[in-house]
Design a protein around this ligand. Sequence first.
Ligand code: PRP
Length: 182
Amino acid sequence: MTQDIEKILLTEEQIDALCARIAKQIEQDYQSSPKKLILICILKGSLPFTAELMKRISLPIEIEFMKVSSYGASSVSSGVINLHLDLHRDDLSDANFIIVEDIVDSGRTLSYLVRYLTERGANSVRTCTLLDKPDRRTVNFTPDYCGQIIDDYFVVGFGLDYNEKYRNLPYVGILKSSVYGG
Ligand code: PRP
């Protein structure tokens, strides 16, 4: 896999540091809240980020999983959000939610999820992303917590895939354009 990587964008050490920084921010923001805090891991890409983040938050938290997709097998967003795995909770009013993502691109996925959970009655909904590509935005959206703003590179690793590959790389790297024919 490493031969397909043009350049490492975030090393394991840099990922560790940004997870620690965000965890501290979350602790400060939620330590006085009487409501429970629930992290929602958006499958599949945010699995490693959620795992690294959650173990650094020293507050009582719960974990949930949702799965949405907008990309399919293409490197370009289809613009359609598909909800594959929903949140199986009846009452969302007793909890503050943080939706955890690997990357924000067009912003459609997180905009949709924030609206969806808010309409279902969540006490509060915030968003947290490892990477943000603001240059790619097609909707007005800003994440509440962000690890790193990046230029419009095709990035893989630490959860991010190309055709389901490279998710298990321990770092975030730029994929060689020869791999995806870009
Ligand atoms: C990716 C990523 C976000 C979304 C961001 O998911 O994990 O969920 O796209 O794009 P947007 O801001 O344009 O909506 P993907 O659909 O590729 O699923 P995956 O996490 O299973 O790879």
